[in-house]
Design a protein around this ligand. Structure first.
Ligand code: ZN
Ligand code: ZN
Length: 440
């Protein structure tokens, strides 16, 4: 009996010892996190019952802060997996933690620019599913000056984007596929005008169409005096523009009748739905009216001899246009997707019709191609679904691929007796072609 009792006592003692040891271990793991004195640990070792070896170990912690997106802490340097002083960051207005100096990326990915003095936004972090993003003006104490090519491509949930005045360039396709975008917020019109846009597909207005300056929709645009250079895509697709004025002290530009005009060249740089082109204007700049969907009619003065690329592209309510006789080139995309355009003339001096010049002009039934034309560009009349008759004059030596594709009602009459060597294989789409045509 005594022997059995003795064994039982030994077993119970062992169980107690094990339980005590386990309990202490757990305690060890928890204690330092909540302990704000550094270093800590001695107190926990005392609980384990007077084991001399453990009592001598004192956890040690790095002086430097460790951090992640949300917290900072001092990591143990003694080999234990412990932290001390762990707490959430306290950010100042520059998104820097005042305690550990950690910079929050606010859900953005950044890359240091080659100048080592500024950052470019590369896109969003994986777990950033914000729909209304505010791009910060600084990161790590340096200005954020660029938005990279493709940065927000396919961010199809984005509803709005705020672009700080520190941004100097926006890369191509930066907002490609952001179909839900409804608003672009800016705080300074000068810096917006100075942005270097890498093509029309770089401007988020491509989708948003609405530009807000200090939370007010931009309808009446005033170009400040100091703006002497102007990106043609800055107000691309800005459908709400109803007036354009330029500060009278501006040395390079003037405004008249809601047109922005370069003084030295009399070139119209930007127009809007209420523009009336002044008589003295000599040329119309590329994309000047591009995406101006509410423009219903416009008269181009007889002195205009050049109309730039895509100048009237996407003016889907424009029904009639008269091209002045001095114009020699119909530029690429100039009337692309003018889906209401029923009437347009091509002056007799024109030699070239550019790529996609009339593509998507779904209301166009009839176009006369004058005798002097030598080149008809790729896709020039593609998707002119109501075009019924076109005559190709003798002198046409080059016709680009798919110049007449998707023109289901069209018959092409050629004054020549056959295809020329400069005509691409697919020039006529599937349209019927009649050779040896003699004009009335
Ligand atoms: Zn330790
Ligand atoms: Zn911190």
């Amino acid at each position: 009996m005594n022997k059995k009792l003795f064994i039982l006592l030994i077993v119970l003692t062992m169980i107690c010892a094990i339980l005590l040891a386990v309990g202490c271990d757990n305690h060890n793991e928890k204690a330092p996190g909540g302990d704000n004195t550094l270093p800590s640990g001695g107190q926990d070792d005392n609980l384990s019952g007077g084991d001399g070896a453990q009592q001598e170990h004192v956890h040690t912690y790095a002086v430097e802060w460790s951090s992640d997106k949300d917290f900072h802490w001092h990591a143990a340097t003694c080999g234990h997996d412990l932290t001390a002083d762990k707490s959430a960051h306290t950010f100042d207005e520059n998104s820097m933690c005042v305690i550990c100096k950690y910079y929050s990326s606010n859900g953005f990915l950044f890359e240091l620019n080659q100048d080592n003095a500024s950052y470019t936004v590369k896109g969003l972090e994986m777990d950033n599913d914000n729909t209304q993003i505010v791009i910060p003006s600084t990161y790590q104490g340096k200005p954020v000056t660029g938005i990279d090519n493709y940065a927000f491509r396919h961010c199809s949930d984005l509803i709005s984007v705020s672009i700080p005045s520190s941004i100097e360039s926006i890369g191509s396709y930066a907002f490609d596929g952001c179909n839900a975008l409804k608003a672009v917020y800016i705080t300074d019109i000068s810096s917006w005008c100075k942005i270097n846009f890498k093509g029309s597909f770089s401007n988020p207005l491509e989708y948003a169409q609405k530009l807000y300056l200090n939370n007010k929709l931009v309808t009446d645009l005033t170009i400040p005096a100091e703006i002497t250079k102007f990106d043609i895509y800055a107000f691309y697709n800005c459908v709400d523009l109803s007036s354009i004025t330029v500060d009278p002290n501006n040395a390079v530009y003037r405004s008249q009748d809601n047109c922005l005009i370069e003084k030295q060249t009399d070139r119209l740089v930007l127009g809007c739905k209420n523009s009336v082109i002044p008589e003295y204007v000599k040329s119309i700049g590329s994309s000047a009216f591009e995406g101006c969907r509410e423009l219903t009619s416009i008269e181009i003065p007889s002195g205009v001899s050049f109309i730039g690329f895509y100048a009237f592209a996407g003016c889907e309510n424009l029904t009639k246009i008269v091209i002045p006789s001095g114009v020699k080139i119909i530029c690429d995309g100039v009337f692309k997707n003018c889906s209401s355009l029923e009437s347009v003339n091509i002056p007799s001096g024109v030699m070239e019709i550019g790529m996609s010049a009339f593509s998507g002009c779904a209301s166009l039934k009839n176009v006369e191609i004058p005798a002097g034309i030598t080149d008809i560009g790729q896709g020039a009349f593609a998707s002119c679904v109501n075009l019924t008759k076109i005559v190709i004059p003798v002198g046409v030596t080059n016709i680009g691929a798919l110049a007449f594709v998707n023109c289901p009602k069209l018959t092409i009459y050629c004054e020549l007796s056959g295809m020329q060597s400069g005509w691409k294989e697919t020039w006529n789409g599937n349209c019927e072609v009649v050779f040896d045509y003699i004009r009335d």
